[in-house]
Design a protein around this ligand. Structure first.
Ligand SMILES: Cc1cc2nc3c(=O)[nH]c(=O)nc-3n(C[C@H](O)[C@H](O)[C@H](O)COP(=O)(O)OP(=O)(O)OC[C@H]3O[C@@H](n4cnc5c(N)ncnc54)[C@H](O)[C@@H]3O)c2cc1C
Length: 519
């Protein structure tokens, strides 16, 4: 029976794992063991909608408390800048491409062949004006559910998680693992720099890319994604914000040998060039980054490999976070993957009353492998179809990126256009990107498809009227600064069920939705 858990690692993965386990299984004794000497990676600041869903719905962490302590900014989606032939297009956390205006004969994607993406949906409209909440009839903000993801500074986020974990009774210990002791059944203890040895029934490996337990001690094989994802390094460096507006989205911009992200915090702007070391040297990448971002003060280089371990739960070790898998940050998916891993681990332990059985672990491993493989296949289409630059890197991507599991979806699109009819067979129900993600990227990049439908003059007029009405709503909406004032006022109440999601949608079947009700 599992009574004592040691979580190795005090980054976002370690603390999210500790909180999730303790919240779901309060009788567990959970200790986070982390090395202040090694520190945390300190990047990973954009999220998808899965992160607030986990925090506020599954864990029931109050929005007010989170906003006060972690100070997140809003992310409505990603704006792909100079990506393909258009000046820009968006992938938002709403249904834009997978939507159908009833006054038009076909789904929205069929009207987006040409032109800009500025008003294809309300969320793109908001992004185009750097606004975040629509204004209701009496001037109040209207916030639809499940559209607001976060930008949050990694250090603030981890500090928040640490204090929240302490409040739940999680113990935190500062020490460094020097040696991992094991026998045929798994890990038997961790020998520490202080001279002592810690033991547990179950070890969570959240030691980041080092994967001290899963990769290091247990030597689980690593499945590389390099046939699809060529980037393996980043130059990162934030700068202080002055008077530029806070954008309610992440920007992803094409670069010579990769792409650049821009993440918006209230007082800083975080910018990073993700590149392939096979196509550009560190010095040249840094020079290209600085030429485009003259305000960057200090920079650092981060190395990574995209891929996952074959199994993430082996014997008495569950790896969560970068220690289990990593896919480069194009869609800012690692934190959401961590949340899914944490939920799956906690639900597995709960389901068996902490007496583990091999078939539960086998299914857990299938689920976690799928989480990472799906991110890989979605990212494949970002690289395969970006026709913006003719550099050696981008030529190689167009010619050789392995579409992996995305091949059927692309073939369906090429034959049928942006049709969503077979969404349910093309994409599994718990795929976080869904048809919206695929169509945003395929239509956004203007990937050619067989022209089965040409909108007539009347449909085009109707489409213009729709876009004009979106433009008006978006122009009058709350800017990020105005919205911050509103949500920081003492009387502000967040709408209930802002992040409601049934667990079944996460691919986990448990009656009931959240552990606690978020205020
Ligand atoms: C360039 C880049 C950009 C990224 N952007 C995003 C993004 O926008 N969104 C997103 O979701 N994700 C992003 N990620 C992923 C992000 O890094 C992770 O989601 C997140 O930081 C989780 O890290 P972690 O907790 O697994 O590892 P870490 O933060 O590295 O933590 C590892 C922990 O293990 C401890 N440790 C290691 N070895 C030992 C030892 N021997 N003894 C004791 N303790 C030990 C360390 O001290 C530390 O506490 C990005 C990653 C990169 C590389």
């Amino acid at each position: 029976m599992v009574n004592r858990v040691v979580v190795l690692g005090g980054g976002s993965a370690g603390f999210l794992a500790a909180i999730t386990l303790k919240a779901r299984l309060p009788d567990l004794e959970v200790t986070v063991l982390r090395s202040q000497d090694i520190g945390i990676l300190g990047v990973g600041e954009g999220s998808t909608i899965g992160v607030p869903e986990h925090l506020h719905n599954y864990l029931g962490i109050g929005l007010k408390e989170f906003y006060q302590k972690a100070e997140p900014m809003w992310k409505l989606g990603i704006r792909f800048l100079a990506w393909g032939k258009r000046p820009h297009f968006d992938y938002t956390f709403s249904n834009q491409m997978d939507g159908h205006y009833l006054t038009l004969p076909k789904g929205t994607g069929f009207y987006c062949d040409e032109g800009t993406f500025d008003y294809v949906g309300v969320i793109s409209g908001l992004m185009s004006h750097n606004n975040v909440f629509i204004r209701g009839p009496s001037g109040q903000p209207l916030i639809p559910p499940n559209v607001l993801a976060y930008h949050v500074e990694n250090k603030k986020f981890v500090a928040f998680l640490e204090s929240y974990a302490a409040g739940l009774g999680v113990l935190v210990r500062d020490d460094t693992v020097l040696e991992v002791l094991q026998d045929d059944h798994g890990i038997t203890g961790l020998r520490l720099a202080s001279g002592s040895t810690v033991t547990a029934d179950l070890y969570v490996d959240s030691s980041g890319f080092a994967a001290v337990l899963l990769g290091g001690a247990l030597k689980e094989p690593f499945v590389s994604y390099k046939a699809t994802l060529f980037c393996d390094r980043a130059v990162v460096g934030p700068w202080q914000r002055t008077d530029e507006p806070i954008k309610p989205y992440t920007t992803a911009e094409t670069m010579d040998a990769g792409w650049c992200f821009q993440i918006e915090h209230e007082h800083t702007v975080a910018r990073g060039y993700i590149y392939s070391s096979a196509f550009i040297s560190d010095a040249a990448a840094e020079a290209e980054y600085r030429a485009k971002n003259p305000r960057a003060v200090s920079t650092r280089i981060v190395k990574f490999i995209s891929g996952r371990y074959e199994r993430s739960w082996v014997k008495n070790v569950i790896a969560i976070g970068n220690a289990s898998g990593f896919v480069e940050p194009m869609e800012a998916t690692s934190l959401a993957a961590i949340c899914l891993e944490c939920t799956a681990a906690a639900e597995t332990l709960h389901d068996c009353d902490r007496v583990l059985r091999p078939s539960l672990i086998r299914e857990y491993n299938k689920k976690c492998a799928r989480i990472w493989d799906r991110i890989r296949q979605f990212l494949a289409i970002h690289y395969k179809f970006n026709t913006r630059l003719d550099t050696p890197f981008w030529r190689e991507c167009r010619e050789h990126v392995d579409l992996a599991g995305a091949a059927d979806i692309v073939a369906y699109y090429q034959e049928n256009g942006p049709s969503v009819l077979w969404r349910s067979t093309l994409i599994e129900a718990d795929d976080q990107f869904n048809m919206e993600g695929y169509l945003s990227l395929l239509v956004g990049q203007q990937v050619p498809y067989r022209q089965t439908y040409t909108p007539g003059a009347e449909a085009l007029r109707t489409w213009q009227v729709i876009q004009e009405s979106i433009r008006q709503k978006a122009t009058q909406a709350f800017s990020v600064k105005e919205a911050l004032q509103v949500v920081r006022s003492p009387n502000w109440q967040w709408p209930k069920d802002l992040y409601y999601v049934p667990l079944g949608a996460l691919g986990i079947n448990r009656p009931g939705q959240s552990l606690r009700n978020a205020p």
